[in-house]
Design a protein around this ligand. Structure first.
Ligand code: NAD
Length: 489
């Protein structure tokens, strides 16, 4: 049956339908960037809370898409009364649940007018975001708002008709201030270190270019808590949509498939209120820094390392790569010997257990996360930051160097079988030219200061990277991984 409110009663177990009336959900949150991840994560927590506590029904989420491609989001979810199916899977099995925490869906790819009107409502007390790092309009090296970014310039020319996520937040706050309504809390749920601070600084920078008094007001009145979010959510595949219909009889235009693991650590700074997400597993803390650091170093760092060597070795998905004992052994050693030792103490976390769980999560055969999604999404800093820390402490970085060498080999845009690799990176063309220029010599690439700063010329890094890159070119990735494995013994 096509998914919508009136058909819910026809869905049979094991499909879980909401234990509340979706029509009773009203908006309390506006979310920018209604992609797969938000629907598997924050919207799931909110749904669970609604099942437990009727007072949570007023925290419904209005999901918005700002990019032209997001039109599909509204075309899919609108006819489904904003309902969608979330399938959570691991080696032990799966749950299939209809999620009903979305109160509304707005496509703002052509005009932000309706979205701004939605945020105006005083009931909206949180504006959250998952817009990828690109959505913050940052200069890549300074991580500050880029005043020359095309969207930033457009938003400064027409500040009342903003197109960027940052411009929308600034304008929405301006409207709140002028109408005397308390500001909302702005919460980033993107995978960016110190995401709350990055968001705050981008918003303040844009506001200041527009009106210094507005920037001052925002600086004093608006809270930007940081968060650490974790749940692997691959892009929904057509085959999954079909399987959902075949196996469970649900015709859903845009379901989401994720792992069962989920984690959300949030700084508790919501002056105008928030849902009681702690009742459904979220962790509120004073400072998320140690948690996000742990995640970036162990999860994201290992993910990019596995995706890099995995792609060269010819694997398509992360779980396939993890089924290769050479790669699992490499990941495990990378965490134990190099990335793990850069971590501070993380309160309440059992690190050996966390690392073990990570290996199981990556190996989850029910999650067909592609190595190329990880290679495309993960910023290179995920490797460069721990490399800097290791250099500063004058400690070996052989295994990080292998991950970096794989990254440098991949941006050539052609794999070991001569197949094209679609490298999506703002500097893709330059990267390809330098990779071809250097071949097994990493120095032309490592000299790109936009990516490496002065780290790229440090002989303690260049040496091991060169060793691995030469091996990747001369012997290929399998033999190189075998070599790494011998070194580990
Ligand atoms: P997705 O492709 O399903 O959705 C991305 C959303 O971001 C879309 O709505 C898109 O329109 C929007 N977006 C992209 N670029 C934008 C821009 N320049 N301006 C405004 N909006 C923009 O991806 P997803 O899986 O939902 O991931 C989104 C983000 O969530 C990631 O970048 C990451 O920061 C975070 N995240 C994802 C995962 C995961 O496993 N997928 C895990 C943790 C965190």
């Amino acid at each position: 049956v096509p998914l919508n409110r009136s058909n819910l009663a026809q869905l049979q177990p094991p499909v879980q339908v909401p234990r509340f009336d979706p029509a009773a959900v009203t908006g309390g949150i506006v979310h920018l960037g209604l992609g797969g991840f938000h629907r598997a994560h924050m919207a799931r927590y909110t749904h669970n809370l609604m099942e437990r506590r009727p007072d949570a029904l007023s925290w419904g989420i209005t999901g918005a898409g700002l990019m032209p491609a997001d039109r599909r989001m509204q075309e899919s979810l609108g006819p489904q009364d904003n309902l969608y199916t979330l399938v959570e899977r691991d080696a032990a099995g799966e749950t299939v649940a209809v999620i009903a925490s979305l109160a509304n869906v707005i496509f703002a790819g052509d005009s932000s007018a309706a979205l701004l009107d939605a945020i105006d409502r005083p009931q909206i007390r949180i504006v959250s975001l998952t817009v990828t790092e690109h959505g913050y309009c940052l200069n890549r090296s300074t991580k500050q708002l880029d005043p020359d970014h095309a969207l930033v310039r457009a938003d400064l020319t027409h500040p009342e008709r903003p197109a960027s996520a940052i411009g929308i937040i600034v304008e929405a706050l301006r409207r709140r201030r002028d109408s005397g309504v308390a500001p909302f809390t702005a919460m980033s749920c993107d995978n960016i270190q110190h995401n709350g601070t990055v968001l705050r600084e981008a918003v303040l920078a844009l506001a200041r270019l527009r009106d210094a008094a507005l920037a001052d007001w925002i600086a004093g009145a608006v809270s930007f808590p940081s968060t650490m979010v974790d749940r692997i959510t691959p892009v929904t595949a057509e085959a999954d949509i079909k399987a959902l219909a075949d196996r469970f009889g649900i015709i859903d235009r845009w379901p989401v498939f994720s792992e069962t693991f989920t984690q959300w650590v949030i700084e508790d700074r919501f002056p105008t209120g928030r849902p009681a997400w702690q009742d459904v597993g979220a962790q509120f803390v004073e400072d998320v820094a140690p948690y996000e650091f742990m995640k970036l170093r162990l999860l994201n760092g290992s993910h990019l390392a596995v995706a890099g060597v995995g792609r060269l070795a010819g694997y398509v998905t992360i779980d396939e790569a993890m089924a290769d004992p050479l790669i699992t052994r490499y990941m495990s050693a990378l965490m134990d010997r190099e990335t793990g030792p850069t971590l501070p103490d993380v309160p309440g976390i059992d690190l050996p257990q966390y690392k073990k769980t990570l290996i199981e999560r990556f190996a989850n055969p029910a999650i067909k996360d592609t190595v190329e999604r990880v290679n495309t999404d993960a910023p290179l800093n995920i490797l460069v930051d721990p490399i800097r820390d290791r250099l500063r402490a004058n400690q070996p970085l052989d295994l990080l160097a292998l991950a970096l060498a794989a990254w440098l080999r991949r941006v050539r845009g052609e794999d070991e079988q001569g197949q094209t690799i679609d490298v999506r990176h703002p500097l893709a063309e330059q990267l390809r030219v330098k990779a071809i220029e250097g071949g097994p010599d990493p120095r032309p690439l490592l000299r790109m200061v936009q990516l490496f700063g002065d780290t790229g010329t440090d002989p303690r890094l260049v040496g091991p990277v060169q060793k691995w890159l030469e091996s990747l070119y001369a012997k290929g990735s399998r033999e190189t991984l075998a070599e790494a494995s011998r070194v580990l013994k």
